[in-house]
Design a protein around this ligand. Structure first.
Ligand code: ADP
Ligand code: MG
Length: 723
C-alpha cells in the first residue's frame, strides 16, 4: 500500500527511495502548512481551494462533507435496476464525445461491459473524461441507474480507473465504494480531488488539540477529536459516522451554550433603563392601527413590555413566521421607550434595503406622534425632522429612534443613552456584538434592553434550550384573512404556461419577483445568473419593465431599484437569492424561483413570504430544471412539501427529513443559526450541551482552565471568552 496516501503525517522525504530520494524530498507537512505544499496541488488548485476558504492543512481537514454517497459492493450489470444507486466494475467498449444539438452541451457517452452484460453511460459537460478513459480500460463506476430511451443507463456516475483489474477488484476503492464523502465545491474542483487531498493529511488530525474538556468528553461518551475528524471524512460504517457527527455536533452546541451562559452572566449584574408601561398611549396606538392585533401579537407585546419595565436589561427573542407581524409588536416597545424618555431606541436590520423600508414603516406608524426618527446607513442619512441631508453626528444626538444596519454600533458614533436595541432577522448576532451593545452607554452605565426579531422556525422547547440567554415570545398565527400563497412546481415543459399566467396578472396591475439561484459557487453573489435572467425575461415579456437587483450594486442604486418597484415603475424585479430580505411590497403577488431544487425548503419559504402580503391571491412558481422532471424524484417530493405546507416549522421539519440529519445545503440554507454539524432538532443533544456548559461555568466561572476556549468547526470560529 502506498503509505503516503494513507498516513498524512508520514513525510515522504524521510522514506529513502534510492535515486528518487532527493526528488521526493518535501517540506515537513504540518497542520499549519500551506496547501501548496501538498502533493498534486499547483497554483490553480491553490486559488480554487482559497475560494472555499481553505489555506492550510488544518482548514482542509476541518472542511467537512455535506453529503455522503452510499455504494454497495459492485453489482453485475445484468442485475441493475432502474432507480438504484449502484457500483459496477467493467471494461470500456466504446467512449466518445459529442455535442447535443438541442441543449447545447457536451455529452460523453460510453459502453461498459462486464461478464454479465453491457450498459450505456453518459456524462454531461465533462469532455475530459473521454481523455482520461480509453477503450479497454477497466473502471469502477458508481451512480444512479436510470431508464432512458428504452434502455438502462448510468447517468454521470463517479468513476475510478483501475490500474489492474484483478488486483483492484478486491481492494477498497476510495471514490466508488462504501460511504463516500461529498463536499461543497467551486468550479474546477471535484469531490474526488478533495478526497485525495484530505486522505494525504488526515493522519495529521492526531496532532490537533482536543478543545472539549476531558470531563465533558467522558461524561458524554464522545470519541476523541482526531477520530471524529477521520470518521467524518472517511467513515468505515454508519455507526462511526454517526458517532463522529455526535462528537462534532456536541462541541458546536457546547460552544453555543457556553456563549449563551457567558452573556447571561455578564448581563445579570447590569442595570438597565427602566421603561415604564404607558397603558393609555399603548391602547390608543393599538386602536389607531388599521387592523386588530392577533392574540399572539398582544400576548408577545405584553411579555416584552413587562420585561422592559424592570431595572435589569431585558434579553428577549420574538419569534414568528414570515408575515406574522413582528414589526408592530416591536413598535409597541419602541413607543413605550420613547414615552419613558430615558434613552433612544436603535433598530438594526440585516440590509440597507430593509432598513430603508423600516424607516418608511415607522414614520407612518408614528405619524401622529411627535417622534424623532432617522435612517442612518452607508448610503442614506435622513431624519423626519430635517429636509435633505443631515450629519451622522446630529442623527446620533437628536434621534429618538435610529434605524440602520449593524454599522450603527461601530465605534464611530456616540449613541448613548440607548434604552432599547432591536435586531431584526439576524441569526448570527455574535457575542462580540452583544457585548458591544451592552456597553453602548459605557461599561459601568445601564445596558440597553435587547430585543431580537426572528423568523427561525423552531419549536418553543428547542428555542428555549438553544437560546438559553434569551426570554422567548412566540407568534404562532398569521393575521386573520391572510390567504395562503398558491404554490406550484413548474417543470420545463410548463414554463411557458406559467409565464402566460404571470403576464395576465401583470397586465391587470400586479408585480412579480424572480429569484435566481447561484449558477456556480465561483459566482458567489449570483450576479451573472441574475443578469442573464434579466436579459432572457426581456425577450419573454417585451411589454413590461424589468429591473435587476444584486449584491454588487451600489447601495444608492439598490434603493432606487426598490423604490421604482414599490412605485410600480417596474413590473418585474429580478434578484439574486443573496437579496433575500424582509421587504414588504403588497402589490407584488407573483413569485418565480428559478432552480428551486437548489434551495432548502426553509429558504424557499422565506422567498415565498415576500408575496401574499396584500389582499390578492398570491402565487409562487417553483421552476425546476428538466432533469428532475420525474414526479417521483426526491427533488419533486421535497418541493411538494411547499405545496402542502405553509408553515415555517412544518417546512423546517420536512427539510430535515429530506436532507437527512446533519446534511445541509450550505450557504443556500438560511433561517437557521449557523451550525455545521449539529441539528437544531436534536433536543436531547442540545439539552446535554446546555447542562455540560452550565456545569463547567459553575465550577469554573471565569473559564480559568479554558481561558480562551477557541473552537473551530469548519469555517465557523467563535471565541467564547469575553474580555
Ligand atoms: P414579519 O413578522 O415578517 O416581520 P411584518 O411585521 O412585516 O411581518 O408584517 C407583515 C404585514 O402584516 C405588514 O404589512 C403588517 O402591516 C401586517 N400586519 C401586521 N399585523 C397584522 C394584523 N394583526 N392584521 C393584519 N395585518 C397585520
Ligand atoms: Mg420583518
Amino acid at each position: 500500500m502506498d503509505r503516503t496516501q494513507d498516513c498524512g503525517s508520514c513525510n515522504p522525504g524521510s522514506i529513502p527511495g534510492g535515486s528518487t530520494f532527493y526528488a521526493n524530498l518535501r517540506p515537513m507537512i504540518t497542520l499549519a502548512s500551506p496547501l501548496a505544499e501538498l502533493k498534486g496541488v499547483g497554483k490553480t488548485i491553490v486559488t480554487r481551494l482559497k475560494k472555499l476558504g481553505l489555506d492550510t492543512v488544518q482548514d482542509l481537514i476541518f472542511y467537512f462533507p455535506f453529503r455522503y454517497d452510499r455504494f454497495q459492493n459492485a453489482k453485475n450489470i445484468s442485475d441493475l435496476q432502474e432507480g438504484q444507486e449502484a457500483q459496477i466494475i467493467g471494461q470500456i467498449d466504446l467512449i466518445n464525445n459529442r455535442r447535443s444539438a438541442r441543449r447545447k452541451m457536451n455529452l460523453t457517452e460510453a459502453i461498459i461491459q462486464d461478464d454479465s452484460g453491457i450498459i450505456k453511460v453518459v456524462w454531461f459537460n465533462q469532455p475530459f473524461i473521454a481523455k482520461n478513459l480509453k477503450v479497454g480500460d477497466f473502471v469502477s463506476l458508481a451512480g444512479r441507474v436510470s431508464e432512458k430511451l428504452g434502455g438502462l443507463c448510468l447517468v454521470s456516475p463517479v468513476y475510478e480507473k483501475l490500474q489492474n483489474y484483478e488486483e483492484q477488484r478486491n481492494q477498497k476503492l476510495h471514490n466508488t465504494q462504501g460511504i463516500i464523502p461529498n463536499y461543497h465545491l467551486v468550479e474546477g474542483l471535484s469531490s474526488k480531488q478533495l478526497r485525495y487531498l484530505i486522505r494525504q493529511v488526515i493522519g495529521l488530525s492526531g496532532s490537533l488539540k482536543d478543545s472539549l474538556p476531558d470531563q465533558v468528553a467522558v461524561e458524554q461518551k464522545l470519541m476523541p477529536l482526531a477520530q471524529a475528524i477521520k470518521n467524518i471524512h472517511f467513515p468505515e460504517n454508519e455507526l462511526d459516522l454517526e458517532n463522529a457527527r455526535r462528537r462534532l455536533g456536541f462541541e458546536e452546541l457546547f460552544v453555543w451554550q457556553l456563549r449563551a451562559q457567558m452573556i447571561k452572566r455578564q448581563l445579570q449584574g447590569r442595570q438597565a433603563l427602566k421603561i415604564e408601561f404607558n397603558e393609555k398611549a399603548t391602547r390608543e396606538f393599538v386602536n389607531s392601527l388599521p387592523f386588530t392585533l392577533t392574540s399572539d401579537q398582544k400576548r408577545s407585546a405584553w411579555e416584552i413590555l413587562l420585561d422592559l419595565d424592570k431595572p435589569t436589561p431585558m434579553s428577549h427573542l420574538l419569534q414568528g413566521d414570515v408575515g406574522s407581524g413582528k414589526t408592530v409588536v416591536a413598535a409597541l416597545a419602541i413607543l413605550n421607550t420613547k414615552l419613558a424618555n430615558q434613552g433612544k431606541t436603535i433598530l438594526m436590520a440585516p440590509t440597507e434595503i430593509l432598513a430603508g423600508q423600516h424607516f418608511e414603516t415607522f414614520k407612518k406608524l408614528f405619524a401622529a406622534h411627535d417622534f424623532k426618527i432617522s435612517l442612518l446607513t452607508a448610503s442614506r442619512k435622513e431624519a423626519n425632522w430635517a429636509d435633505g441631508k443631515i450629519k451622522a453626528a446630529e442623527i446620533a444626538e437628536k434621534s429618538e429612534l435610529i434605524i440602520g444596519t449593524h454599522a450603527l454600533i461601530s465605534d464611530k458614533l456616540t449613541l448613548a443613552p440607548v434604552a432599547l436595541a432591536i435586531v431584526d432577522e439576524q441569526q448570527r448576532f455574535g457575542v462580540k456584538q452583544r457585548k458591544k451593545l451592552a456597553d453602548l452607554n459605557g461599561k459601568h452605565q445601564a445596558a440597553p434592553h435587547f430585543l431580537s426579531l426572528s423568523a427561525t422556525p423552531i419549536p418553543r422547547s428547542l428555542a428555549l434550550a438553544l437560546y438559553g440567554d434569551l426570554d422567548l415570545s412566540l407568534i404562532n398565527q398569521l393575521p386573520a384573512g391572510r390567504k395562503t400563497v398558491l404554490t406550484k412546481i413548474v417543470t420545463e415543459k410548463n414554463r411557458q404556461a406559467a409565464y402566460d399566467f404571470a403576464a395576465k396578472e401583470i397586465l391587470v396591475g400586479r408585480q412579480m419577483f424572480v429569484v435566481c439561484p447561484l449558477i456556480s459557487e465561483s459566482d458567489k453573489l449570483g450576479v451573472k445568473s441574475a443578469k442573464e435572467e434579466t436579459e432572457r425575461l426581456k425577450d419573454i415579456f417585451p411589454d413590461f419593465r424589468i429591473s435587476l437587483l444584486h449584491g454588487k450594486m451600489k447601495s444608492a442604486e439598490k434603493e432606487k431599484t426598490m423604490r421604482d418597484f414599490l412605485e410600480k415603475k417596474s413590473q418585474i424585479l429580478v434578484s439574486t437569492s443573496v437579496i433575500e430580505v424582509g421587504i414588504d411590497i403588497k402589490n407584488a403577488n407573483l413569485m418565480i424561483v428559478e432552480g428551486a431544487e437548489r434551495f432548502g425548503l426553509s429558504t424557499l419559504h422565506q422567498f415565498r413570504g415576500r408575496v401574499g402580503r396584500g389582499n390578492d391571491q398570491a402565487y409562487c412558481f417553483l421552476f425546476t430544471s428538466s432533469e428532475n422532471d420525474s414526479p417521483s424524484s426526491e427533488t419533486a417530493k421535497r418541493l411538494e412539501s411547499l405545496v402542502k405546507y405553509h408553515n415555517g416549522r412544518e417546512l423546517a421539519e420536512a427539510d430535515l427529513k429530506f436532507r437527512g440529519a446533519g446534511e445541509t445545503y450550505g450557504h443556500l440554507q438560511s433561517g437557521f443559526p449557523e451550525l455545521k454539524i449539529a441539528t437544531l432538532f436534536d433536543y436531547a443533544q442540545i439539552k446535554a450541551a446546555q447542562n455540560s456548559a452550565e456545569k463547567l461555568i459553575t465550577t469554573d466561572p471565569e473559564l480559568k482552565n479554558w481561558p480562551r476556549l477557541k473552537i473551530k468547526i469548519g469555517q465557523f470560529e467563535e471565541e467564547v471568552h469575553l474580555e
